[in-house]
Design a binder for this molecule. Structure first.
Ligand code: PLP
Ligand code: COI
Length: 363
């Protein structure tokens, strides 16, 4: 499908590279345009790039009532040649369709999703933030637009891609660890539910837990399974820990854990990573005992926004605090963070197909 361009006039859009003065933050800024495509009469149609702005939507649009809405998160980086390169967009497109299946949204051809993102970045390439550590955060999402109040899959949808020049998700970055609240009260997902998807409702459901986390001085909740015995993941990142022999462990993906593209990438790096990586069921009691005995020396989270975020301590709802190692960011996490970000920035050769240049195709 050919993409139509309805762009802002030259005087309304950015004409110089974006040189932010202060920290760009995460997800606050927008670029000049967005990509849109609609689903009606049983097919996706009318792919177009238009000025970024409000949608016109019926108050009865089904996504507003029943939450039939999903999203993705990806990033693009500028390499030394001054060109912009996306990171593993095909994996995001694949996962978008997995999420779509889980909440009964019609799939979008993966190549079309990738083409849409590339075309939008190309148009707004001057928005790439020229700031150390910054990137273009890519937010594709799909929401139901049919004006109908019965609880059944919508017959109409919009697929939108927007871009946000962004920096670190956690202000502490990789230099300081965060604290996670281990909650037995809040749960993110149950088996048979939507936990393995990026359904918007999963994030609405995490807000109350997130508020509680802040009250405990924590950044996020580390969710347990519904029996409160196994470690699952955090609200916006997979969890991992590192044993004293250097082995990195990620909880086994189940239908209550989002299959993180960052985690998968770390696992696929193999020898480049310099340590063994494996997935296993992580029992909470053993995890805590292993931190206390020194068997576990580092822990953290993996995610597109979070990148590799070290966790320095955990707090329980009874106020008990468990510090990982000496509470400082350990050498393994520093090494993994460096390797991963160097791959994304093109300083180290990434495996075939992981980073792809955004071609100049805009009219
Ligand atoms: N888990 C959850 C619940 C998330 O929202 C995210 C973010 O996308 C992740 C894990 C990390 O996934 P990825 O590495 O694909 O961004
Ligand atoms: C991402 O890491 O891209 C995410 O989607 C997490 C988001 C909830 C901030």
């Amino acid at each position: 499908m050919d993409i139509k361009y309805n762009l802002k006039s030259a005087s309304e859009r950015r004409t110089e590279p974006f040189m932010p003065e202060g920290d760009v933050g995460f997800g606050k800024l927008r670029t000049d345009h967005m990509f849109l495509m609609d689903y009606r009469d049983g097919q996706w149609c009318d792919p177009r790039i238009v000025p970024y702005g409000p949608f016109e939507m019926a108050p009865g649009a089904m996504s507003l009532h029943y939450g039939q809405s999903i999203f993705e998160g990806a990033k693009a980086f500028m390499h030394e040649d001054g060109e912009i390169y996306t990171f593993r967009l095909n994996k995001n497109a694949e996962r978008m369709n997995r999420s779509a299946d889980i909440v009964c949204i019609p799939n979008i051809d993966e190549a079309m999703q990738v083409k849409a993102i590339n075309a939008l970045i190309d148009v707004d390439r001057l928005w790439f933030p020229q700031q150390e550590g910054a990137c273009l955060y890519i937010r594709p999402f799909i929401f139901a637009t049919e004006d109908r109040l019965s609880v059944s899959p919508s017959q109409q949808y919009t697929f939108c891609v927007m871009l946000s020049p962004s920096g670190a998700y956690y202000a502490s970055g990789v230099n300081n660890g965060i604290r996670l609240l281990i909650s037995t009260q809040f749960h993110r997902a149950v088996s048979g539910g939507t936990g393995a998807s990026k359904a918007a409702g999963n994030y609405a459901a995490s807000l109350r837990a997130g508020k509680a986390a802040v009250e405990y001085g924590a950044s996020q909740v580390l969710y347990l399974d519904s029996t409160n015995t196994q470690i699952e993941e955090a609200g916006a990142m997979n969890h991992f820990h590192i044993l004293k022999d250097g082995t990195l462990i990620i909880p086994t993906f189940t239908d209550t854990i989002l299959k993180s593209i960052t985690s998968q990438s770390i696992m696929e790096l193999g020898e480049m990573l310099g340590c063994e990586v494996r997935q296993e069921t992580v029992m909470l009691d053993q995890f805590i005992a292993d931190i206390e005995s020194g068997e576990i020396i580092e822990a953290g989270g993996f995610g597109t926004a979070a990148v590799v975020s070290p966790v320095s301590s955990y707090i329980f709802e009874d106020g008990r605090v468990i510090t990982v190692g000496d509470g400082k960011v350990g050498p393994n996490i520093q090494r993994i963070y460096k390797l991963f970000t160097e791959l994304q920035k093109g300083h180290v050769a990434a495996p075939q197909g992981w980073v792809n240049r955004v071609e100049r195709v805009a009219p």
